[in-house]
Design a protein around this ligand. Structure first.
Ligand SMILES: C[S@@+](CC[C@H](N)C(=O)[O-])C[C@H]1O[C@@H](n2cnc3c(N)ncnc32)[C@H](O)[C@@H]1O
Length: 274
């Protein structure tokens, strides 16, 4: 479970300091998502849960006539996004997207893995539809099941089994939108919802120090991060050793890469002005 307050605190800070590595981790997915976005019209574009802003920046560059706004609940991430952005047609807003009131009605919502963290997803999607222009479109990516995402499943398998009860698989978090039937229930106010499965390589590290890069990423992001932050020294050292073995086993041709699986989801707002 990853809540809004997690994103406003430690998790958001980690993503803000690791934005270069998280952009690399998604680098095999991002062109596929951008290709799906490019098929949609849209002059008032909102990137939901924009994080450090890579998707917003790319779409603002591809649509110089459009106005692009990235919205995120983490102050650290919005600050990072603003520091990267140069385009005049791009702005970033610090806000909870489930309540934010845009100045102009969006005709295209986009998101790279930023829509699975709402505490009340039905209310959030209904709000987004109500704010949108009639017939607005939405295109986002989200992970499929953890079991289909080696980068998460293999790392989680190294960790001690917690004795606390397992959170519901649909609780806000990276895998909350794994099941299309759940996504359909969440997308109040949206119709013609379509799911395209996309398999991609999650690039945990690249370059001459790919193993060190991947270790740096996994220390801050993903299932091992909390354990490595909180476990006693001896246990932490054990997990670090297992993680190095796992990362080295996935190191090939200058990259540490894991199988990953996502949905590209598209939909049309059923909001109309009538
Ligand atoms: C997995 S990260 C993805 C970030 C970014 N889209 C990317 O691809 O790098 C999820 C993002 O959603 C943001 N987020 C979570 N809940 C939110 C909410 N209610 N409103 C706006 N942003 C939210 C987080 O702060 C975080 O930046």
């Amino acid at each position: 479970m990853t809540s809004a307050s997690d994103w406003q605190g430690t998790v958001g800070r980690s993503w803000a300091s690791e934005w270069r590595r998280t952009d690399v981790s998604f680098s095999d997915l991002t062109p596929k998502l951008l290709a799906a976005i490019a098929r949609e019209p849209g002059a008032t574009v909102v990137d939901i849960g924009c994080g450090a802003g890579e998707l917003s920046i790319a779409v603002a560059a591809a649509r110089p006539q459009a106005r692009v706004t990235g919205v995120d609940i983490s102050g650290d991430l919005v600050e990072t996004a603003r520091s990267r952005a140069v385009q005049a047609n791009l702005a970033f807003e610090l806000a909870d997207a489930s309540q934010w009131q845009p100045a102009s009605r969006p005709d295209l919502y986009i998101s790279r893995h930023g829509v699975m963290f709402f505490s009340d997803p039905q209310a959030a999607f209904a709000h987004l539809a109500a704010q949108a222009a009639p017939g607005a479109r939405m295109v986002f990516s989200c992970f499929r099941k953890a079991a289909e995402n080696d980068w998460a499943a293999a790392v989680a398998a190294l960790l001690p089994k917690g004795d606390s009860p397992q959170a519901s698989p649909t609780a806000p978090g990276p895998f909350a939108f794994a099941l299309p039937e759940h996504v359909l229930r969440c997308m109040a106010g949206w119709q013609a919802v379509e799911f395209e499965p996309v398999d991609f390589r999650y690039i945990a590290g690249t370059g001459p120090d790919a193993v060190a890069e991947a270790m740096a990423l996994f220390r801050r992001i993903g299932p091992a991060a909390a354990a490595l932050r909180t476990l006693p020294d001896a246990e932490r050292a054990k997990i670090e050793r297992r993680l190095v073995d796992l990362v080295e086993a996935h190191h090939r041709d200058g990259q540490v890469a894991f199988n990953a699986a996502a949905w590209l989801v598209s939909a049309t707002s059923d909001h109309n002005d009538g």
